[in-house]
Design a protein around this ligand. Structure first.
Ligand code: 5GP
Length: 210
C-alpha cells in the first residue's frame, strides 16, 4: 500500500515554542519534512538564510507570487510570509508528512486548497507564560513584543477553526501528542482512497467470480 504524505499546518502564538517543537520533531522522526518559508522580515540573531527562512526583499517576494510559486502567503506584523510551492508538492509526492509552520490566515488558505490538511494549534500553558517566553527570548524590542501579544489576542479568536490543539508545556509530551494525532490522521478514509478503492474493486471481482 502506498503511504501518502499528509500536509500538517502548525500555528500558534508567537512565543509558543513552535520553532523548538519543529526542530525536535523533524530530528526525532524521519517521516516529517519541514517546509521553509520565505519572508521579507530581517533575520534574527542566529538565524540563517535557507534554514529558518529564505530571507528576501519585497520585490523578490512579489515576483514569486506573480510566478504562482507560493501555495499561500500572508502579511504578519508588517512583513510578508509565504510557503514556496515546489518543495511541498515534491515531498508530499514522496510520502513525507510535510509541516507548514504558518499563521492563521495562511492556515485557512491551505485548508481551502488541501481539504485533507491537518490543522494543529500550539497553545502555551498560560498567557503569562507566553509573555515570559517572548520577553525571555531577548531578540525583540518591547514594541515588537506588544505587537505580537496583540496579534495573539486576535489569533485566539480563530483557534476553534483548527482540528486539534496541543499544549506546549513539556516538549516531549507535546511531540508525542503531535505524533499520535498525525498517526491517527493516516488512518482516515481521505488518506486511504486508493486502498479503499482497491478493496471495493476486489470485493466486486470476488462476487462476480462466485
Ligand atoms: P516569526 O517572525 O516569529 O518567525 O513568524 C511570525 C509568524 O509568521 C508566525 O506566526 C509564523 O507561524 C508565521 N509564518 C511563518 N512562515 C509563514 C508562511 O510561510 N506563511 C504564513 N502565512 N505564515 C507564516
Amino acid at each position: 500500500m502506498n503511504r501518502k504524505g499528509i500536509l500538517i499546518v502548525i500555528s500558534g502564538f508567537s512565543g509558543a515554542g513552535k520553532g523548538t517543537l519543529m526542530k525536535k520533531l523533524t530530528a526525532d522522526y524521519d517521516n516529517y519534512a519541514l517546509s521553509i518559508s520565505m519572508t521579507t522580515r530581517g533575520p534574527r540573531d542566529g538565524e540563517m538564510n535557507g534554514r529558518e527562512y529564505f530571507f528576501v526583499t519585497k520585490d523578490e517576494f512579489e515576483e514569486r507570487i506573480a510566478q504562482d510559486g507560493m501555495i499561500e502567503y500572508a502579511s504578519y506584523c508588517g512583513n510578508y510570509y509565504g510557503t514556496p510551492r515546489a518543495y511541498v508538492e515534491e515531498q508530499l509526492e514522496n510520502g513525507k508528512d510535510v509541516i507548514l509552520e504558518i499563521e492563521i490566515q495562511g492556515a485557512h488558505k491551505v485548508k481551502e486548497i488541501y481539504p485533507q490538511a491537518l490543522l494543529l494549534f500550539v497553545m502555551p500553558p498560560s498567557a503569562g507564560e507566553l509573555y515570559r517566553r517572548l520577553k525571555g527570548r531577548g531578540t525583540e524590542t518591547d514594541e515588537v513584543i506588544a505587537k505580537r501579544m496583540s496579534r495573539a489576542v486576535e489569533e485566539s479568536e480563530g483557534i476553534d477553526t483548527y482540528d486539534y490543539i496541543v499544549v506546549n508545556d513539556k516538549l516531549e509530551d507535546c511531540i508525542a501528542q503531535i505524533n499520535a494525532i498525525v498517526g491517527a490522521a493516516h488512518n482516515t478514509p481521505g488518506c486511504n482512497e486508493e486502498f479503499i478503492d482497491t478493496i471495493r474493486k476486489e470485493l466486486k471481482d470476488l462476487l462476480k467470480g462466485e
